[in-house]
Design a protein around this ligand. Sequence first.
Ligand code: LLP
Length: 427
Amino acid sequence: YNSLGINENGVLTISGVDAVLLAKIYGTPLYVIDEAEIIRRCNEIRESHIEKYGGRAVYASKAFLNKEMCRIIERQGLGLDVVSGGELYTARAANFPMERIIFHGNNKSLNELEMAVELGVGRIVIDNFYEIDNLNYIVKSKNKKIDVQIRINPGIDGHTHEFIKTGHVDSKFGFPLFDDSAFFAVKSVLESSLLNLKGLHLHLGSQLHQKDVYVRAVTVLAEFIKRIKDELNYEIEEINLGGGFGIFYTEDDSRKFINYFTDAINISVIKEFNRLGLKRPIVYIEPGRWIIGEAGFTIYTVGAIKEIKDVRKYIGVDGGMADNPRPPLYGAKYLALLANKITEVEEEVVTIAGKCCESGDILIRDISLPKVESGDILVVLSTGAYNYSMASNYNRLPRPAVVLVNNGNHRLIVKRETYEDLIRNDI
Ligand code: LLP
């Protein structure tokens, strides 16, 4: 991790800030986001996709979103992928440029679509026939033209957890290619004078580690675009390959530079579109996890420790599935460090248990750590993506605060929820 270090007191640092100090100042559980790492990753994307190949990149905001994150992404020159009125509202509240927004969703409501058209988002990605009708109705009644991409279901299996695959045949997302729905969708959008068809979109799944699925997707798109050109006399200018680029959580995952994916994608775009005599399209990517995942850390304080003789030693922490539902939901694995014992040797295998009232609330099963004691500060790694954004108030636990760190500086970007917040909407 670029973000981690050890200071002169032998304490773990995150972007140069003492993790134990962060726990003292802001309390725990605490999400810590390293802005320097986000910037480093955005630079990598700019160099190896935008500048090198003339591509475009939008950050998938479902991974982690708040107003400050919008501002960071805005400054980095990337666009934003939103999937709901709430995400769009957040972007608007942060003054994010609307023309850089891509609006996704498999069941956008009329209100959400109206909001998107009204605000003038850059692209709406159409997912189904119902949406074509709704969007036609809205653009006609407002007499406003809107640029769209059409999401196709390519029928490609992304080799990842069942819940986070999206491009396989039996998927709720996009227009299937194999039964010609996608072709009819293109035809129907082309018939509408106010829907301006810019591109085709697909998303294969999340936490993918193999570039070959993206290469296959490029071929599928190129062939479909060729058919559209031949049969409908229309040449599609943009393709959007979605996100899904895998990151490091444990030794099971290898850490990859973004060019592992972007070179493969762009080279096959050049080859395939050439082969079919098509104009080279503008290529969009939509990384979420890859940008924010490894830039995020969660700090907990160790409380109750329970040793069941010859069975297991449970280390209780002050958070759990309410701030990180990924282990119970996907069987996701994480690594952790003891911030105040970072220089000590690993001595025991323990299980990190959350504080929610169910046995499934285990953050990490069987991890080697230095001898753990109550009051120790535990830092779980790679929690930037889909942790804060999927956090809940289960057991009426207030959501933790989020602190932004950057080369020795730290500041609060999202306040910790209070008990008052928990009953705010109760009548
Ligand atoms: N674009 C589209 C259309 C998507 O549906 C997604 C993720 C992304 C981009 C970004 O994917 P990423 O680069 O972050 O892998 N909650 C799950 C992940 C769900 C991802 C859903 N779609 C998890 O915690 O693993």
